[in-house]
Design a protein around this ligand. Structure first.
Ligand SMILES: Nc1ncnc2c1ncn2[C@@H]1O[C@H](COP(=O)(O)OP(=O)(O)OP(=O)(O)O)[C@@H](O)[C@H]1O
Length: 349
């Protein structure tokens, strides 16, 4: 049984999710203690508990400690990962519901399902565009296309928008099985081809997405970037707003967002997303800070070495590297100065 200290490094949910993915893939039993000890409300929150249940469902794991707020979990896989049709609802993990991010549940099970024999279809319910997690738009426009470059085939379709605090969104995920990732080499991003944006609201007036779109286009055009932002007004179970930008470079993609809040103007939401994008654009790196930690797992499972340059070496990145190394799956080297990540898989699973 592999013992994992959940308080290590970042001390957040990612230590848990990466461990779950790797336990499902390798069949190794794990025991995680100090789960999310670094957070204000430690232990398993709704999104994490749903990730535990999702990982357990796909490999028939026996689980101990799978309760809301639990800081200890034992996870003993009972079979190899089984492709199939699954539904996971974050709101079921907590009384009174939750807007926990479905995208983080998705990332927990995606690679195990991609490696399994057969195709899968997964319905995920909860928050689809919430803070401190990849938005579903990011998954669709950045994460999955980058994984496709590594030979992993998966698509998402947004069925309903889910914002904080109500959640209630829905995403359909399709994964083609039997795909071992190839490595990725991404040291130069090439020229920017276009910034594509989505300014969206649910249950709010049409002038809001239009104002977000106008402000974003003005800022990015002033910076001499080619940009097109679509303003969209959608139906939903609650009001919500956001601006999602995807920068398409010759060799890579990067994503940035601003989420609406009460007392935050439409223009300010646009400015938040644009500032992030412009900061990234100045670095000349191909991989944004968030994708940097998210690419580690496919790279560790790949059939050959990966090498990529990142905009920022985050604590998420170094923490995820340490968890992967604890499973003995790959050697991960992070050059803090050059900001280059090298992953050498041992191909032991
Ligand atoms: N704006 C964003 N765009 C894309 N990815 C993001 C964004 N913000 C955060 N992420 C990613 O979401 C993940 C969050 O991991 P983290 O461990 O912080 O999560 P958590 O489970 O939500 O919990 P907590 O921090 O509450 O323990 C990381 O992979 C990070 O790169």
């Amino acid at each position: 049984m592999i013992e994992i200290d959940g308080s290590y490094g970042e001390g957040g949910g990612q230590v848990l999710r990466t461990s779950l993915s790797l336990a499902a893939i390798t069949g190794e039993s794990i025991r995680i203690y100090n789960i999310r000890a670094g957070r204000k409300k430690p232990g398993l929150a709704a999104q994490h508990l749903t990730s535990v249940r999702a990982a357990a469902a796909i490999c028939h794991a026996k689980v101990r400690g799978d309760a809301f707020g639990s800081m200890m979990l034992e996870f003993i896989p009972g079979s190899s990962v089984q492709a199939g049709n699954y539904t996971f609802d974050v709101s079921e993990a907590r009384e009174g519901g939750s807007a926990g991010a479905v995208t983080l549940v998705l990332q927990t099970i995606l690679l195990p399902l991609a490696l399994a024999d057969g195709d899968s279809q997964v319905t995920l319910r909860g928050g689809t565009h919430v803070a401190f997690s990849p938005s579903t738009t990011y998954i669709e426009q950045v994460y999955l296309p980058m994984l496709q470059q590594m030979g992993v085939e998966a698509q998402v379709k947004l069925g309903a928008w889910g914002w904080y605090p109500q959640g209630g969104g829905e995403v359909q995920l399709r994964v083609s099985g039997g795909n071992k990732p190839t490595g990725i080499k991404l040291l130069e991003r090439g020229d920017l081809q276009q910034v594509r944006g989505l300014a969206v609201v649910t249950e709010l007036p049409a002038n809001i997405p239009q104002r977000m779109a106008n402000r974003a286009e003005n800022i990015l055009q002033e910076a001499k970037l080619k940009v097109a932002v679509q303003a969209l007004r959608e139906k939903g179970i609650a009001p919500g707003a956001g601006l999602f930008l995807t920068a398409k470079y010759k060799n890579s993609l990067a994503g940035f967002s601003g989420l609406g809040e009460k007392r935050l103007s439409s223009e300010k939401v646009a400015e938040i997303a644009c500032e992030e994008l412009l900061k990234f654009h100045q670095t000349s790196a191909p991989v944004d800070e968030h994708l940097a930690d998210q690419l580690l797992l496919p790279a560790a499972l790949a059939s050959e070495k990966s090498e990529y340059r990142v905009a920022e070496v985050s604590l998420h990145l170094t923490t995820n590297a340490a968890v992967i190394e604890q499973f003995g799956l790959a050697r991960v080297m992070v050059d803090d100065v050059e900001k280059i990540v090298v992953v050498e898989p041992y191909q032991k699973y």
